[in-house]
Design a protein around this ligand. Structure first.
Ligand code: ADP
Ligand code: MG
Length: 248
């Protein structure tokens, strides 16, 4: 794999009457923890869905691990793990069965699957609950199981789409620690979030997007210094005149 893990070059993605991503260019280095930050509807999920070969670009090019998402999607899929924004779990299976199902899709050896599953369940505080059906879980527990499902095969590149939405502060903290560990293992992580504080806490660099366009790019500290802002929320307000979350 190249040292540059992801190259997005003038990506545009249109749906009938909506331009969800509008000429986005961005590079992410191997081992970088990169945050795609922006309000609801900014185009974060659409970008992730192109990166993981769910949607084809309308125009522009995207490569992941040196492979083109249009021409070499099978190679891309071997490298990545995806935690989707909308939790995708089978309610009638247990937590462990959900994870094993995904591990088997990646044709993991049985022992490795068991070892990784046990470790991840422990880290996420779900070892006991893993025996119960997911239908009985809270929303935060489902999110954590979904995260394990995305990462059980130990991918080089992880796409985590709003991984902490709906979590209580304690679970959020556990997930943050977990994401920091991915970085220690030199994994490349793209994280989307509309929580400015999450991006500040975790990310090496962030790309702030609005209406499908990149409006700022840099390390959180760099962006704060450049705009004389005390946090990324203030950077966003200065750039757009709006707050990132309506409810604030
Ligand atoms: N499958 C789709 N069909 C039509 N419009 C879509 C689809 N997916 C996303 N959009 C639109 O594209 C825009 C960007 O959405 P999205 O990428 O989900 O934003 P974010 O993840 O930043 O909240 C929104 O206007 C959304 O309504
Ligand atoms: Mg989204």
């Amino acid at each position: 794999m190249n040292e540059t893990a992801i190259v997005i070059d003038k990506l545009t993605k249109k749906f009938e009457d909506v331009t969800a991503v509008d000429g986005l260019s961005l590079e992410v280095e191997k081992g970088e923890l990169f945050g795609l930050l922006g309000p609801n509807g900014a185009g974060k999920t659409t970008t992730i869905n192109v990166l993981c070969c769910i949607f084809e670009p309308t125009s522009g090019s995207v490569s992941v691990g040196g492979y083109d998402v249009r021409r070499e999607p099978e190679n891309v899929k071997e490298l990545i793990g995806v935690c989707p924004q909308d939790t995708a779990v089978f309610s009638y299976l247990t937590g462990r069965e959900n994870i094993e199902l995904f591990g088997n899709l990646h044709t993991m050896p049985k022992e490795k699957l068991k070892k990784n599953t046990d470790e991840l369940l422990e880290r996420m505080g779900l070892s006991e609950d893993a025996k119960r059906r997911v239908g009985k879980y809270s929303g935060g527990m489902r999110r954590r199981i979904n995260l394990i499902m995305a990462l059980v095969h130990d991918p080089e590149i992880a796409f985590l789409d709003e991984p902490t939405v709906g979590m209580d502060p304690q679970s959020r903290r556990a997930v943050w620690d977990f994401i920091k560990d991915l970085k220690k293992q030199n994994k490349t992580v793209i994280l989307t979030t509309h929580f400015m504080e999450e991006a500040e806490e975790l990310c090496d660099r962030v790309g702030i997007i609005d209406y499908g366009k990149l409006i700022a790019l840099g390390a959180p500290e760099q962006l704060k210094a450049k705009f004389g802002a005390k946090n990324l929320e203030e950077v966003f307000i200065q750039l757009t005149g709006r707050r990132i979350r309506e409810e604030l």
